[in-house]
Ligand binder design. Structure first.
Ligand code: OOG
Ligand code: MG
Length: 244
């Protein structure tokens, strides 16, 4: 049986090399508590390399995502400053295993971890497991497939339900949804994150980001694509993929 640290190192190496690994649960079952311990150990490895916590993300907050991945419970992961790509920036697909992208809504937290601003966002997810397949515990240990995120312009918080969401590749719509697809209303991401953070040891820091989850299924990325997410009333955010 491998230790929590050894499992975190396996996943960390897969992230660094872009080489997929078998699911951790192929060696036997893993509890959700152990899976979150592996996730935290992986973040600790990143912090030792100088990365700083930038926020948290929720996963499987939409039916489209839960159905795509065959997993239905909401999960929480950590974001670091090194995962952030500037709006309009680039992402090198070769550095990933099999990256995918999804349109999201992001919130900025105020000093008391309250929601103060909202922005359209893109999340690049990249499972470190072969064929992008995993159990709930596997994906939790793998920091909920977090790879990179891009934030669009911040707007002061107002109602954010029932806003149309489109994901475009080179100007063509490849997926569409609504912010209502995110927990019925993305504002529910805060109580969900508070509950998950309290249960599994994450911190909601003032000034940090909360990624509420994808509004559509994720779409595979290849090099040389201009990717844009549009959220009605919030504007758009983009990233360009390159090979290396
Ligand atoms: C897990 C991450 C899910 C979301 O927005 O639902 C997620 C995965 O699909 O690999 O980030
Ligand atoms: Mg996501």
């Amino acid at each position: 049986m491998t230790t929590v640290e050894e499992r975190a190192e396996l996943l960390d190496r897969a992230t660094a090399t872009g080489q997929a690994i078998p699911q951790l649960t192929s060696d036997g079952p893993m509890s959700l508590e152990t899976a979150y311990a592996v996730q935290h150990a992986g973040i600790a490895l990143r912090e030792r390399r100088g990365e700083r916590l930038a926020g948290v993300k929720l996963g499987f907050t939409s039916k489209a995502k839960a159905e795509q991945m065959g997993v239905s419970d909401v999960i929480i992961g950590s974001l670091t400053d090194r995962m952030r790509i500037e709006d309009g920036g680039t992402f090198a697909v070769r550095h990933g295993v099999h990256p995918r992208i999804e349109p999201e809504v992001a919130f900025r937290l105020g000093p008391d971890a309250e929601l103060v601003a909202v922005a359209p966002a893109l999340e690049i997810i990249d499972s470190r497991y072969r064929d992008f397949r995993f159990s709930l515990a596997d994906v939790v240990a793998d920091n909920t497939s977090a790879s990179a995120f891009v934030l669009g312009p911040w707007t002061q918080l107002d109602r954010v339900d029932a806003l149309a969401v489109d994901l475009l590749f080179d100007g063509e719509i490849v997926a569409s949804g609504s912010t209502t697809d995110i927990l019925g209303d993305p504002l529910r991401a805060l109580p969900a994150a508070q509950r998950m953070a309290a249960a599994y040891g994450h911190r909601l820091l003032g000034g940090s980001v909360l990624l509420a989850g994808a509004a559509t299924a994720a779409v595979a990325l290849k090099a040389g694509t201009q990717v844009e997410a549009r959220v009605a009333g919030l504007g758009s955010v983009s990233v360009r993929t390159k090979e290396d």
